[in-house]
Ligand binder design. Structure first.
Ligand SMILES: NC(=O)c1ccc[n+]([C@@H]2O[C@H](COP(=O)([O-])OP(=O)(O)OC[C@H]3O[C@@H](n4cnc5c(N)ncnc54)[C@H](O)[C@@H]3O)[C@@H](O)[C@H]2O)c1
Length: 336
C-alpha cells in the first residue's frame, strides 16, 4: 500500500512514518517545513534503514498538490499537516482557517481528482469543547464550547469529511482524536522541537529542562483533583503512531471516529515528579492563576479503539519522560 503522509516531517508524522516503514509500507512524506526540519529524513533513515521520498509542498499550493497526486498513485493519505499553536490561533484566526481548513480542501480536491479515496485525519480532543465530562466517548457532542480557532478548524474539517463521505459513497475517512501526545522515539533521534512558544505542558517542561524558560507556571492548584492541579490524558507518541497503523487495517466506507488516548489522567505535579525522577534534576515551577476555560480533568474513553481496531496504549508516563530526556540529551546538549 502506497501512503502519503502530509506533515510527514512533523512530530507525530515522523514517528508514524517510522512505524509504517518498519512494517514495510511504501511511504512518502510531504511538508512545507514550516514547523519541522528536513534533517528528520536523515533520522528516519537512521532508525529504519529506509529514506522515504519527500516532497516540499504547501497544502495551499493547488498546482503543486495536483502535481503531487498526479505522479503519486497513492492508496491512502494520512493528513497530519496543519498549524497547531492554540495561542497563535486566537491572535491570527484567518491564518489558521486558511491553512488548516483551506489546505484540507485543496488536499481533498486533489485526492478526488486523482481517485484517492482513503484518508486518516489528525483531529483532537479539543473538538469535545468544554463538556465538563471526563472519560470522553466518540458519540458525545462536538463543536460546542470550543475555545479557540485551532480547535474550530479541527471540528470544521471533521464536518467537511462527513459531508464528503455523504456525497461520495466510496470515500473512506478515519478521524483520530488525539489526546495529549508526549514522549519521543527511544533512539533519541526524533521528538518534538517546537519552533513556537509552546503552551502545552510537555514542551514547556522541555524548555525549562534545557534552560530556555526559567520556570514552569502551573495554572491553578485548587481544582478538585488528586493534588489540585489539572489532569490530562498523556499518550506516548509511539503508541499514537501505532494507532494509525491499526486504523489503516480497519478502514471502511463512510466516516469512522476513534479517540486515541490512554483512558488515564495525570496531574501537572505528577508530570513534574515523573520528570524529576527520570532526570534526577529539580524542575523549577510556580503556582499561577487558573487559565480561563481550563477544565480540571480530561481523559479519553479509548474502548472503541480497543474493540474495533484492537489498539491500546502500551507505554507509560515514565517511558515518555525517559524518552524525552534521552531526546533532549542527544539533540539539545549545546543549548542546555
Ligand atoms: N501535538 C499535539 O499535541 C496534537 C494534539 C492533537 C492533534 N494534533 C494534530 O496532529 C497533527 C500533527 O501534529 P504535530 O504535533 O506532529 O505537529 P507538527 O507541527 O510537528 O507537524 C505538523 C507538520 O505540518 C506541516 N505543515 C503545516 N502547515 C502546512 C502546509 N500548509 N503545508 C504543508 N505542511 C504544513 C508543518 O511544517 C509540520 O511539519 C496536526 O494536525 C495537529 O493539529 C496534534
Amino acid at each position: 500500500m502506497r501512503i502519503l503522509l502530509t506533515g510527514g516531517t512533523g512530530y507525530i508524522g515522523s514517528h508514524t512514518a517510522v512505524e509504517l516503514l518498519k512494517l514495510g509500507y511504501d511511504v512518502e512524506l510531504m511538508d512545507n517545513l514550516f514547523n519541522s526540519k528536513i534533517t528528520v529524513l536523515d533520522d528516519i533513515e537512521k532508525i529504519t534503514g529506509v529514506r522515504p521520498a519527500f516532497h516540499k509542498i504547501d497544502l495551499l499550493d493547488k498546482v503543486g498538490m495536483d502535481e503531487l497526486f498526479k505522479n503519486g498513485r497513492y492508496d491512502l493519505v494520512i493528513h497530519f499537516a496543519g498549524l497547531k499553536a492554540v495561542g497563535e490561533s486566537v491572535k491570527k484566526p484567518l491564518k489558521y482557517y486558511e491553512n488548516n481548513v483551506g489546505g484540507t480542501i485543496n488536499l481533498l480536491e486533489s485526492m478526488k481528482k486523482y481517485g484517492v479515496k482513503k484518508i486518516i485525519f489528525s483531529s483532537s480532543a479539543t473538538v469535545y469543547g468544554e463538556q465538563g465530562v471526563a472519560g470522553l466517548t466518540e458519540e458525545m457532542q462536538t463543536g460546542v464550547g470550543i475555545t479557540n480557532p485551532y480547535g474550530e478548524t479541527k471540528h470544521i474539517i471533521e464536518e467537511i469529511l462527513k459531508d464528503v463521505a455523504e456525497a461520495e459513497p466510496e470515500f473512506e475517512a478515519t478521524i483520530l482524536r488525539y489526546f495529549n501526545p508526549v514522549g519521543a522515539h527511544e533512539s533519541g533521534l526524533l521528538g518534538e522541537d517546537p519552533n513556537d512558544i509552546p503552551n502545552n505542558l510537555m514542551p514547556i517542561i522541555m524548555k525549562v529542562a534545557i534552560g530556555e524558560i526559567s520556570e514552569l507556571s502551573v495554572y491553578g492548584n485548587d481544582y478538585d483533583t488528586v493534588d489540585g492541579t489539572g489532569m490530562r490524558d498523556y499518550i506516548h507518541v509511539v503508541d499514537l503512531a501505532m494507532g494509525h497503523v491499526a486504523a489503516i487495517d480497519h478502514m471502511k466506507p463512510g466516516v469512522s471516529v476513534y479517540n486515541l488516548g490512554t483512558g488515564r489522567a495525570t496531574s501537572v505535579l505528577e508530570m513534574v515528579a515523573a520528570f524529576e525522577k527520570e532526570s534526577g534534576k529539580k524542575l523549577p515551577y510556580k503556582i499561577a492563576e487558573r487559565r480561563p476555560g481550563d477544565l480540571a480533568i480530561i481523559y479519553a474513553n479509548p474502548a472503541k479503539a480497543l474493540n474495533e481496531l484492537g489498539w491500546e496504549t502500551k507505554l507509560t508516563i515514565e517511558d515518555a519522560m525517559r524518552d524525552t530526556i534521552n531526546y533532549l540529551d542527544k539533540k539539545f546538549k549545546t543549548r542546555a
